[in-house]
Design a protein around this ligand. Structure first.
Ligand code: PLP
Length: 235
């Protein structure tokens, strides 16, 4: 299967249920991104700031770039001029920095709060109570150059579909609760980014509005980093 035919097949599937497709192009070459672009894909996700900046510079300017990986505060300035959506906001401190850099660029940057739903310590994200605390804080209410458009979550990497279902269910229930409590009159708060290649069908079943697919589109990634102590790839 080619990248182009993968894109058409998945677009067909996600389009039918009105779910946005984020093509995760991390570790892939600009020419692979171009193949997907030529097949009509316009939203791409990256998890490393430098890689996203390089691709932004090389590739057509109508691409929407989504940052999906952990973001360090000191790197926000590199993506603030062009990023379309940051899926991985996991602290108030990071949000304050995004707001500051957005203001410098005279922009409003859309952000998702990343919620920790997996029972693995390695995953980044806010716990439910931390997300609520963030939304309640007076500092948050002063941020005028960011817009929280929803939540993102990564399920446990497991063969057990019931566990994934439970985690995605919790995320969608939490989304509804936050919508009621903090965003009732805010129509921007509407996205749930949940689902990767292995579990996107479950994500869609449980109300996902955006799926982040890498290997399903581009094929397997070469694992760039390998941590021998716990067998976790970090790419
Ligand atoms: C790499 C990555 C994806 C895509 O993973 P695939 O299994 O290749 O679809 C999705 N979301 C995040 C946060 C990622 O880091």
């Amino acid at each position: 299967m080619s990248i182009a035919s993968n894109i058409s097949a998945i677009k067909e599937e996600t389009g039918r249920v009105n779910v946005k497709l984020i093509a995760v192009s991390k570790t892939k070459l600009a020419e692979d991104v171009m193949e997907a672009y030529q097949a009509g894909q316009r939203i791409f996700g990256e998890n490393v700031v430098q890689e996203m900046v390089d691709k932004y510079e090389q590739l057509p300017k109508d691409i929407e770039w989504h940052l999906i990986g952990h973001l360090q505060t000191n790197k926000v300035k590199y993506i603030a001029p062009f990023v379309s959506l940051i899926h991985s906001v996991d602290s108030l401190k990071l949000l304050i920095e995004i707001n500051k850099q957005a203001l410098k660029n005279k922009r409003i940057i859309d952000c998702l709060l990343q919620i920790c739903i997996a029972d693995e310590e390695t995953k980044f994200g806010l716990y439910f109570d931390e997300a609520i605390e963030l939304l309640r804080s007076p500092e948050f209410s002063e941020l005028k150059n960011i817009c929280i458009t929803g939540l993102m979550g990564i399920a446990t990497n497991t063969e057990n579909p019931q566990l994934i279902k439970n985690e995605f269910y919790e995320l969608s229930v939490f989304f509804k609760g936050l919508k009621q409590t903090f965003f009732r009159k805010d129509e921007n708060f509407k996205e749930i980014s949940m689902g990767m290649s292995a579990d996107y069908k479950i994500g869609i079943e449980l109300g996902s509005t955006m799926v982040r697919l890498g290997s399903t589109i581009f094929g397997k990634r070469i694992i760039k980093y390998f941590k021998a102590d716990n067998n976790t790839s970090l790419n």
